[in-house]
Write a protein that binds this ligand. Structure first.
Ligand SMILES: *Cc1c(COP(=O)(O)O)cnc(C)c1O
Length: 381
């Protein structure tokens, strides 16, 4: 066994592996009223807007909590209480989005797909034409459940054509896959600190169209998750409304500095694409097949079929790969036995080949002979 990375490399879609520079940014305390900290918040909000080319038209409103808190805040703030949300659904995070709407008492209609299908803009077009009571479309950009990339731009154009709002859960794509506010019309894009920007988990943010946000006062069912209120307070004071996750904010600001030094979105997207290709090719060579068709695979997280062998058991597989220095992720599909491997995070070019070697060794240790024996048969996958 080669030297295992210690601590293990997280090949999970957030929390993920961060750089030591990012972690070091958390080694001091900040006062939430202090001008130095509020400068960080202001700079960070500006840089996040710039990543989406949205500074002219949109506001960045940060929110405490994990990514889901920001999704819930965006739905509650942007959709009026008598609104009606269309959720095209091809996986677990789409289902969560629909559930948020139901929980908040917003009427919701879904278009249901299987987990290996992309959302179709023409289905959304038909649904909007058929039901004028739909006020908003809520789309998951990269459905992290199976790893499908949904056609954001095309769906945004359809929603705009019908004069409906668009809320995008871009949690696992923001910063790595292009979202350009000048080209793609949206009301709100939601993302978080601990995904493709390679910060630590603990805060989300919503890029909201200014002209929409200005009309959102009083929509929210919630005091803590009201983005209008958070924005209004921040505009007045430069401070967060309630205790900010100071260390998380400082770490994200430092992570964004490294992101810009690396070359911003094109460089980040290219690095993840290289990881994704090396991963799929490397595992195909040992007989492990990826689940999605390559044309709808986002370079963020890859779902693999579990080896069809009586010795395979995820728990043991996970533990053996972890012993070799890599943390994988269980599958999230209901019908097929799978596991997932993330392509995102701060690990060097040796990270993916290392993970492929760890998986190969593990399959051998588990006596799953098909791994090598079928390599030739599946190498063209
Ligand atoms: C990670 C993620 C979320 C947020 O999940 P949390 O566990 O709340 O951070 C939401 N949507 C998608 C698509 C995600 O990948």
């Amino acid at each position: 066994m080669s030297q295992a990375p210690n601590p293990p490399i997280l090949l999970t879609p957030g929390p993920l592996t961060t750089s030591s520079r990012t972690r070091q940014a958390m080694l001091r305390d900040w006062g939430s009223w202090d001008g130095d900290f509020n400068e960080i918040t202001t700079r960070l909000r500006q840089r996040l807007l710039d990543i989406a080319n949205a500074a002219e038209t949109h506001e960045c409103v940060p929110m405490q909590g994990s990514g889901t808190f920001s999704v819930e805040a965006a739905v509650g703030t942007v959709v009026p209480r008598d609104g009606h949300v269309l959720v095209p659904s091809n996986g677990a995070y789409c289902q969560r989005l629909a559930r948020i709407c139901r929980t908040l008492g917003r009427k919701v209609t879904t278009i249901d797909y299987t987990e290996d299908q992309q959302v179709s803009p023409s289905d959304v077009d038909r649904a909007l034409a058929a039901d004028p009571s739909i006020t908003h479309v809520a789309l998951v950009h990269c459905e992290t459940g199976a790893g499908v990339l949904n056609p954001l731009h095309e769906i945004a154009v359809v929603a705009a054509k019908h004069g409906r709002g668009l809320i995008v859960d871009a949690m696992s794509s923001f910063g790595a896959l292009p979202i350009d506010a000048a080209r793609t019309p949206f009301d709100a894009v939601v993302a978080a600190s601990g995904k493709c920007l390679e910060g630590v988990p603990g805060m989300g943010f919503v890029i909201i169209r200014r002209s929409v946000l200005e009309t959102c006062e009083g929509n929210s069912h919630s005091l803590a998750l009201d983005l209008y209120d958070q924005w209004a307070y921040m505009r007045k004071t430069t401070q967060w409304r309630f205790t900010p996750p100071t260390h998380v904010v400082a770490a994200l600001d430092e992570a964004v500095t490294q992101y810009l030094d690396e070359g911003g979105l094109p460089a980040r997207g290219a690095r993840y694409t290289r990881n994704c290709e090396a991963l799929i090719e490397g595992l195909a060579a040992i007989g492990v097949r990826s689940f999605l068709s390559p044309d709808i695979q986002a370079p963020i997280i890859v779902t693999f079929h579990a080896p069809a062998h009586p010795n395979y058991e995820f728990k043991r597989f996970y533990a053996e790969v972890k012993k070799r220095g890599y943390i994988l992720y269980p599958g999230k599909l209901t019908q097929v036995e799978t596991f997932r491997v993330g392509c995102i995070g701060h690990f060097g070019e040796a990270g993916i080949p290392g993970a492929v070697a760890a998986i190969a060794e593990t399959l051998e240790a588990m006596g799953i002979a098909t791994a090598k024996a079928s390599a030739g048969a599946t190498a063209e996958v």
